[in-house]
Ligand binder design. Sequence first.
Ligand SMILES: Nc1ncnc2c1ncn2[C@@H]1O[C@H](COP(=O)(O)OP(=O)(O)OP(=O)(O)O)[C@@H](O)[C@H]1O
Length: 604
Amino acid sequence: MNDSVKTLEMNFGSVKNTEPVYKWMTKNPLSLTRTSMLREAVQMMNEYRIDGLPVLEQQKLIGLVTKTRIVRSLLGGYTGETAVEEVMKRDVITIGPEDTISKAWHIKAGRLPVVDETGALIGILTKTDILHSYFFHLSQLQETVHTAETMSTILETAYEGIAVIDKHGIVLEFNEAYCRFVGKRRDEVLGKHVTEVIENTRLHIVAKTGIEERGFIQRIQGQDMVVHRIPIVKENEVVGAIGMLIFHGVSELYNILGRMQELSRKVTEKTLPDAAMDADETSYTDIIGVSEEISAVKRLAKKAARTPSTVLITGESGTGKEMFAKAIHQSSPFAEGPFVSVNCAAIPEHLLEAELFGYEEGAFTGARKGGKPGKFEQAHKGTLFLDEIGDMPALMQSKILRALQERTVERVGGSTSQRIDVRIIAATNRPLEQMVQEGTFREDLYYRLNIIRLEIPPLRKRKRDIPVLLEHHLQSFCQAFKLEPMEFSAEAMNLLINYEWPGNVRELVNTVEMLVSLGEERMITKAEIPGRFHQPHEQTGVKQERAKAPQQGNLLDELRQNVKQQERERILQVLKETAGNKAAAARKLGIQRSTLYEKLKKLQ
Ligand SMILES: Nc1ncnc2c1ncn2[C@@H]1O[C@H](COP(=O)(O)OP(=O)(O)OP(=O)(O)O)[C@@H](O)[C@H]1O
C-alpha cells in the first residue's frame, strides 16, 4: 500500500461513507463445513489466494478460519487431518447487508462475514472491498462538490437576479445581483419567507401551483421589472421555485419588440422579393421638414411627379431618398401601378441580370419552371425604383441603359423582347459625376438617369428640421409602444440639434426609438442622451457648416414661428371655404368660436 493510500485510509474515518455493504461485498464466498479438514482449508486458501474462510452449518455462519490461525494450530501440534471446527474462531464479528461501509470501516476487521437477519452467510466484506468503496465514494463526492461550485459560480456571475425558494416559500438561494437590487445582504434574506424579501412576489404561489410564469411584469423598488418564475419539480412533485429578475426591465421588452418588428419587416422584404412593393401610401406630408432646403426638394418632386420622366435622387444614406421615390410614385400618373424597389448593391452581380430582366425556363441550372419575370416586368405601368444605382456593375449598367433607351426588356435565356411602360426613379449616395470622370459609371447612363435631379441635403445642412423630426418620431414611437406622450428637455434637444447626424434621418429615427424604449420618465433629459452626442464633431468639414447654421435659440424660435404660420394659413383657408362664416369655420377647425376669435386677434 503506498503512502497516499495510507493517508487516505487514515482519513477515511472522517469521511462518512453511506454506501451499503451489500453493494461492495463479495457474494457467494467460498466456505468450509464443520468437518472440513485443515488440509482442505490450506489447499483452498492457496488456490484462491485468500486469507480466511467462513465455516457454515446449514448456510449459517458458525466460525471463521484464517491463515494465521491454521499456522498457529499446526505449530501447536494439530495436523492436516484435524477438523476445522477444532481450531476455528467462534465469536465472529459480522455485519448486515444494509449496514454502511463507514460502520464496516470502524469495526477494523480484516474480513467481515455479511449475514442476513436469519444468520445465513450472504457475502464477505474484505478490507480491499472497503477501500474500493471509499475510492468510489470520494470521487463522487468530489464531483458533487465540483457541481456545487459550478452552481454557485453561475448564480453569482448571472447578470439577472436569481432567487430559489423551497415549497414553503423559504429563500434557499439569493444571488449577489438580486441582493444589490433589493439592497439586502445574502445572510439577511436566506431562510426568510420570500414575501418578506421581494415586493409583490408570486414565487411562493408558483412553488405551490407548479405553473410557470414567464415574462410577467412585477413592480419592485418603484420600477416595472420583467420576471420569470419557474417551478422546481422532483419526482413529479413541486419542491420549490426559481425566480429570475431581468434587469433591463420593461423598456428592454419594448426594445426587443422593436427589434423583432424590424427583423420581421426585413424578413418579409427579403422573402418576398417578387412581390411588388407597396408604396406605403407615402405622401409628401409624411416627409417631415420645415427647412427651405427640404421644402425646395418637395416642390421639385411634386413637379417631377406629374411627368413620366426619369428622376435621379441623390443624397447621403438615410436622407429619405426612398421616401421621396414613394411619394413621387403616389402622386404620379403611375400611382395605380406597382412600386417595385431593387437595391442594386444588395443583389450579387451574377443574379442581378435575372433579377432585373427575369429568365426563361431552363435558362440556367436551377432556373424556376415556367421562368420568372424580372423587376422591370413587375413594375409595368408602375414605378421601378433602382436604389444604390452607383453600385451597379459595369455590364449591368449597359444592359439597363439599353432597356431605358429601347423601353423593352428581354428575359435571360429568352429570344423575344417585351415592351415595358415604367417610370424609373434611381437613387444613390455615391458621387456619380466623379464616378463618370473616373470611368466607373457610364456617362451615357448618367445622362439618361439625370433628367430630373433631386438632391436631398444631409440633416446637418438643414438643422431646423431636426427638432421637428425629433418631435414627430418621438410621438409616433410613444403611440406605437402605447406609452404616455414624452418630451425632450431643452438641454437634450439642444444636444441633438447640435449633433452632426452622419446617418441622417435614419440615425435620428433609430435614436428616438432607443430613447423612447429606454426612457423611464416622461421627460428625456440630457443624461439619457448617449456619449457620442456630447462630443463635438470637428472633422468632416462640418465645423464650417455649423458656424453658418442658425443658433439653437433662434432655431426654436423659428420652429415656433413656423407652427404659427401653418396655423394661420389653415385658419385663413377654412375661412375662405366657409365664405368668412366664423361659426362654421370654428366648427370645421374643431375649436370653440371664442378660441377662433382669440386666434384671429393674435394673428392680425
Ligand atoms: N423627411 C423625413 N421625414 C420623416 N422620416 C424620414 C424623413 N427622411 C427620412 N426619414 C426616415 O428615415 C429613414 C431612412 O429613409 P430612406 O430609407 O428613405 O433613406 P434613403 O436615403 O433611401 O437611405 P439609403 O440611401 O440608406 O437607402 C426611414 O425610416 C424614413 O422613414
